[in-house]
Design a binder for this molecule. Structure first.
Ligand SMILES: NC(=O)c1ccc[n+]([C@@H]2O[C@H](COP(=O)([O-])OP(=O)(O)OC[C@H]3O[C@@H](n4cnc5c(N)ncnc54)[C@H](OP(=O)(O)O)[C@@H]3O)[C@@H](O)[C@H]2O)c1
Length: 259
């Protein structure tokens, strides 16, 4: 038996594909999301024949993360795929406080809490692999997605710091940095009237596979797709003022019509 994997945000999109890969590889999986759809997804994962536990919890809260950890029940965790996250479009001043707070609480606070809990358990066991879903968005100032990009900058950076701290523990930390990917993300983040919301995007299964392969190899990061690799490289060269302006062309409400 391969072991136990936790995958957060597994009801749709990249997390759904990651959970399929994990179960297909023989891992028992614990999958979590905030809505009942996670139970339908779990039925889908069960066809691979491993044990599947679905937890419906709000991972923006410590309580939600604790419930997820309770489901682990002291079993050693071999893989943690910390993927749950949400986006939010529109100008920052127009965003609802509860909505931007949920983005920070889910992407940053909840994820950090889970990483510490499971990281300590893995360190004690002397083994484990962690995959964090960051984003190339974390490399650029996200005009009209300002809070979201800030959370991804945090995760991209955090992942490398945690990786270094865990260097001699037998635990690896990898950050998956997708570009725009075809999932529920843009509709849920109110970004369908933007160029990036309407443009052709990467396939979630391919992105998940790239992340999985990088995690298995113990790499520091992977940027999925050559166009995103190019964007990531440009983000290290262009000044932030220029990047912020370019971002606007993709993410400002109304840019869909100009596409
Ligand atoms: N799509 C992109 O272009 C893109 C690019 C770069 C990075 N990413 C990152 O990829 C990750 C997965 O996103 P996706 O594109 O696959 O979008 P998605 O289809 O919307 O999936 C997001 C998943 O996270 C879960 N989730 C969100 N908030 C949660 C909360 N508070 N508690 C529990 N579960 C929660 C969702 O479940 P519920 O529906 O139950 O809330 C869902 O399962 C995110 O971290 C996102 O930032 C996406």
């Amino acid at each position: 038996m391969a072991g136990l994997a936790i995958i957060t945000g597994a009801s749709t999109g990249i997390g759904f594909e990651l959970a399929h890969i994990a179960a297909e590889k023989g891992y028992d999986i614990i999958v979590a999301a905030d809505e009942p759809l996670i139970n339908n997804a779990a039925d889908d994962f069960r066809r691979h024949g491993t044990q599947v536990t679905a937890i419906e919890v709000d991972l923006s809260t410590f309580e939600g993360n604790d419930k997820l950890l309770e489901a682990v029940g002291g079993r050693p965790v071999d893989l943690l795929l910390a993927n749950a996250g949400r986006g939010l479009g529109r100008g920052f001043l127009d965003q609802d406080v509860a909505e931007w707070r949920k983005v920070i609480d889910t992407n940053v606070t909840g994820t950090t809490y889970l990483l510490q809990k499971v990281g300590n358990q893995m360190k004690a066991a002397g083994r484990g692999k962690i995959l964090i879903t960051g984003s190339i968005a974390g490399l650029m100032p996200g005009s009209f997605q300002a809070v979201y990009n800030g959370t991804k900058a945090y995760l991209d950076s955090f992942s490398y710091a945690m990786r270094e701290e865990m260097r001699d523990t037998g635990v690896t930390v990898t950050v998956l940095m997708p570009g725009a990917t075809e999932t529920e993300f843009f509709a849920r983040g109110d970004m369908m009237d933007t160029k990036v919301g309407q443009q052709e995007k990467d396939d979630a299964a391919k992105v998940a596979q790239d992340g999985w392969d990088a995690m298995e190899a113990g790499s520091g990061h992977v940027v999925s797709g050559w166009q995103n690799k190019l964007q990531a490289a440009m983000s290290h060269i262009l000044p932030d003022t220029v990047l912020g302006k370019l971002y606007r062309n993709m993410s400002e409400p109304g840019t869909a019509e100009k596409a």
